[in-house]
Design a protein around this ligand. Structure first.
Ligand code: HEC
Length: 523
């Protein structure tokens, strides 16, 4: 009897294995075809365009035209139709066609013929796909943007704004004031729409409308950054949100980015000093690479004007990570680097730094410090070259180096001092109209921009609250760039996750930032 049971059990296991390895279509494999153009065999997809030209599908993945969300786009006069589940697997009125099945999807993908018998236009490639590939794609498309994303119900849509606990309380309040006020504005408009909608119509019109209240959750991250992922998951389990907006952190931000990518949550323009992107990130959008970009600007400058040795000084975690990035680059270029980490509760160790710099002018020091750490005594340093971080110094040259006998430069990934900044002026007007004090110009203007972007994305969604769609739309909103304050030469497009990609190395002369010969550097 026992033997018989064992046989039955083994038989079931084998059956399951057979089912898993051959039978069931695999939506994960379908996702890979859709997003990356990679087949389950690991080979790239083959697309046939213009009748008979074969092209590798990694450049012609479905996503590249239909979007991450499958909600489609319009490119100039061409319309790429939505192929998300809620469109594909239902009868379509316009153009008229029945719902797709795996079989009719095969006809479409291989031969370009819709279930209504219409030959689709040449923009839609024809593909070489096996039945198994098509079933995997079909299984994935059945899940793709099938309903609203988490964080939305009939009455409200929730967003979170994330702060790390090390952020100065005054900065946090200043940024929150902007975000809260923006949300209040949206909700007062929404309420009016709601009333207008209700007035004098049938009872059904009092049912939930497309207008939803925006609710702002405030999430605070504590302790070491490796605990942040779990804290975020906990907040998210408690209260699912549709997107993250704004927020502030001077610590390395990778844990937040990874949380967003893992849960496919748009993470829109946090005030993060140090984003830590991973290749292929889609859900996280930043102003710039922050301190990482500054490290690249310094590396580039050191390439043009080499020195014998580089000494880096830092205490906090964000600057430490930026210093590590710069060390890595310099080491590959055979530049000697010495790193000097001090305790953030102590003053900058000037004597130690002087000893590391030695006597020669052939040394550069990179001071990854803020204004409060740059105290007296710095002008006694040996006459080498000093690089400073404009992010950490809040875009101001420090007084403590005004009489230094060497040369001083600032890595500056922002608009040049004195350059016109109409987007910032617009923010100031908005703040004045709302009786908001501007105490942290850069951080508050950034928070305002992140809200503008969110609002733009939400407006484009219409009644489809699909996160991937929000980001697909943003990839195509060049117009928003005119509203970006503080940052130079923004560009946006599919796959780009940093609005501003370059910056300047600016000399500091007599305590003043000199922009006369400023050259744009794109590392
Ligand atoms: C180069 C851009 C491009 C790529 C890449 C692309 N498509 Fe399309 N697709 C289109 C366009 C444009 C149409 C509309 C053609 C028409 O209706 O005449 C379309 C139509 C479709 C339709 C028909 C929709 C309907 O309502 O009948 C489906 C299904 C589809 N595509 C799926 C896919 C899948 C799956 C992939 C990847 C394997 C893919 N497409 C890759 C541009 C593209």
């Amino acid at each position: 009897m026992r033997r018989l049971l064992w046989l039955v059990g083994a038989g079931a296991a084998v059956a399951l294995l057979v089912y898993l390895t051959s039978g069931a279509p695999d939506p994960d494999a379908g996702r890979r075809i859709y997003r990356e153009g990679i087949l389950p065999t690991g080979e790239p997809l083959t697309a046939v365009v213009a009748g008979d030209v074969e092209i590798l599908g990694t450049q012609f993945s479905c996503e590249s035209c239909h979007g991450r969300s499958g909600m489609g786009t319009s490119e100039g006069e061409y319309i790429v139709p939505p192929i998300a589940a809620q469109f594909l697997f239902v009868d379509s009125p316009q153009p008229l066609r029945p719902a797709y099945t795996a079989e009719s999807l095969a006809d479409l993908l291989r031969d370009g013929v819709t279930p209504a018998g219409r030959q689709v236009n040449e923009l839609m490639p024809r593909y070489r796909l096996t039945n198994e590939d098509i079933e995997a794609l079909n299984a994935y498309l059945e899940t793709l943007s099938a309903g609203n994303s988490p964080g939305v119900d009939d009455y409200a849509i929730r967003f979170a704004t994330v702060f790390s606990e090390d952020v100065d309380p005054a900065e946090r309040e200043a940024v929150l004031a902007v975000t809260r006020r923006f949300f209040a504005d949206i909700n007062s408009q929404t309420r009016n729409e709601g009333e207008r909608w209700d007035r004098g119509y049938t009872p059904e019109s009092k049912l939930p409308t497309v207008y939803r209240e925006w609710v702002l959750e405030e999430w605070t991250l504590t302790g070491p950054t490796d605990g942040w992922g779990e804290q975020l998951e906990e907040y998210y389990r408690e209260t699912p949100v549709f997107a993250l907006v704004g927020g502030l952190s001077s610590r390395p931000f990778g844990a937040v980015g990874r949380f967003c990518e893992r849960n496919e949550i748009p993470c829109l323009y946090p005030g993060a000093d140090l984003p830590e992107p991973s290749p292929g990130d889609f859900y996280t959008m930043y102003f710039s690479r922050g301190l990482g970009l500054e490290a690249d600007l310094v590396a580039q400058d050191l390439d043009a004007r080499p020195v014998g040795k580089v000494v880096q000084v830092y205490c906090a975690e964000g600057p430490a990570a930026a210093a590590a990035e710069l060390s890595q680059v310099l080491v590959t270029r055979s530049v000697a680097v010495e790193n000097l980490r001090f305790d953030c509760s102590m003053p900058l160790p000037v004597d130690d730094l002087a000893a590391h710099m030695g006597g020669g002018p052939d040394v550069a020091a990179v001071l990854w410090t803020d204004e409060s750490q740059l105290d007296a005594g710095l002008d006694a340093l040996p006459p080498g070259r000093i690089y400073l971080s404009s992010t950490l110094l809040d875009r101001e040259a420090p007084a403590s180096l005004a009489t230094y006998s060497g040369t001083v430069f600032m890595a500056h990934p922002f608009l040049l001092p004195g350059a016109p900044d109409p987007a910032f002026r617009r923010f100031k007007l908005w703040a004045a109209r709302h009786d908001l004090e501007v105490t942290e110009p850069r951080l508050q203007a950034q928070a305002f921009f992140s809200c503008l972007v969110l609002n733009d994305a939400m407006k484009h969604l219409g009644r489809f609250f699909v996160r991937g769609f929000a980001l697909d739309m943003l990839d195509h909103t060049q117009g928003l760039m005119a509203y970006l304050p503080i940052y130079p030469r923004p560009t946006i497009g599919p796959g780009q996750r940093f609005l501003s990609k370059g910056g300047y190395i600016l000399p500091v002369v007599d305590g003043q930032i000199d922009t006369a010969d400023a050259a744009w550097i794109l590392p």
